[in-house]
Design a protein around this ligand. Structure first.
Ligand SMILES: [Zn+2]
Length: 350
């Protein structure tokens, strides 16, 4: 198994940096890579954290997983990347002000582009294209808490492709009691097009965040590590029973309302995770942080919907969203659903 200059023989764990360059001032963006090469041929799982530099719950979960992982008991390979966006992480910024671009939206990248485009190019070529499954950890950043698995909507839900069926299974196998998909076109740029074209099954735990480390942080890390092991079990790369919140996983169609504040200010949320919101209800208010005057009320104008497990609870200064409303698409039952997936072998001994 080889990533860049890093090589791991069967049964080995190796650590090194994937060379991707840096800033003109000398900040290195080289990506930390842990390679676990299994002792039997099998698929390759990529687990990555902090593609958004302020989202480090997944990074901690990955570091815990790395401590526990034993490559001599592994089928296939694991590439574990605790921090992908090193510049953003180092500066405490979601994107990183070096070029203001989101690496996750640049794949397959551009070798002649800006720093983020060059990082995306090398990472796509050396890491993503060697993997069949990508577990891409995100969270609510520093100011909101989230607890669901996000994945791309099926193109035709009645006739899901093999990739889409595997994605559905892994979203449930991860172990949370909630998952959600966004209808096509919810976002301006589709982050997943290049990954899907390359045949990569991507699921995105939106897990943790906010200011309460003792309230949710430690729990989120434990759920993240548990989820990595569950995905390995579903991919039949390690033995063992999966562990989950419970037997049921509610799948939300998250396309009803994607709240963005009309104005900047202090966002005061009035509806909690899981609440039903009816037409005319107030989801939250934006108030002037200095006078307390209400600047905007966020009234629900569409059909009855449910608050997806997540959303911003802290002052808003032009951020992407303060919450999402969806409807229940279906409820999956782990007791009757076969969560295992079968993928061809990749990588192999170097
Ligand atoms: Zn993110």
């Amino acid at each position: 198994m080889r990533v860049g200059e890093l090589v791991a023989a069967p049964g080995e764990h190796r650590f090194g940096y994937l060379k991707v360059g840096g800033t003109r001032s000398g900040l290195s963006a080289d990506i930390p890579i842990h390679l676990f090469a299994g002792v039997e041929p099998g698929p390759t799982l990529l687990v990555q954290g902090a593609i958004h530099g302020t989202e480090f719950i997944g990074s901690i979960a990955i570091l815990d997983f790395i401590q526990q992982m034993d490559a001599t008991r592994l089928r296939g390979n694991v590439i574990a990347v605790p921090v992908l966006n090193r510049i953003g992480f180092g500066l405490g910024e979601r994107i990183g002000r070096v070029d203001g671009k989101d690496i996750g939206r640049l794949f397959p990248g551009n070798p002649a582009g800006s720093l983020s485009e060059r990082i995306a190019h090398v990472y796509f070529k050396e890491v993503i294209q060697q993997s069949q499954v990508m577990l891409d950890f995100h969270q609510g950043g520093l100011a909101s808490y989230e607890r669901y698995v996000l994945y791309s909507a099926d193109a035709d839900p009645q006739n899901p492709t093999d990739l889409e069926q595997n994605r559905r299974k892994l979203a449930v196998a991860f172990g949370l009691d909630a998952a959600a998909f966004f209808p096509p076109g919810t976002f301006q740029e589709n982050q997943s097009t290049a990954l899907e074209a390359a045949g990569i099954v991507q699921i995105t735990p939106e897990l943790g965040g906010g200011t309460g480390w003792l309230m949710h942080g430690e729990e989120s890390v434990a759920i993240g590590t548990r989820g990595i092991w569950n995905v390995l079990k579903a991919m039949q790369m390690v033995e063992g029973e999966m562990e989950a919140d419970g037997p049921l996983c509610t799948i939300y169609n998250a396309g009803i309302v994607f709240w963005r504040p009309a104005v900047n200010g202090l966002f005061l949320r009035e509806r909690d995770i899981g609440d039903v919101v009816r037409t005319g209800d107030c989801y939250g208010r934006i108030v002037d942080p200095y006078t307390g005057a209400t600047l905007a009320e966020m009234r629900h104008t569409r059909e009855e919907a449910i608050v997806i497990p997540g959303g911003r609870e802290w002052p808003v200064i032009g951020d992407t969203s303060v919450g999402i409303l969806g409807v229940v698409d279906r409820v999956e039952d782990r007791r009757t659903m076969d969560l295992r997936i079968t993928l061809p072998s990749s990588g192999g001994p170097a």
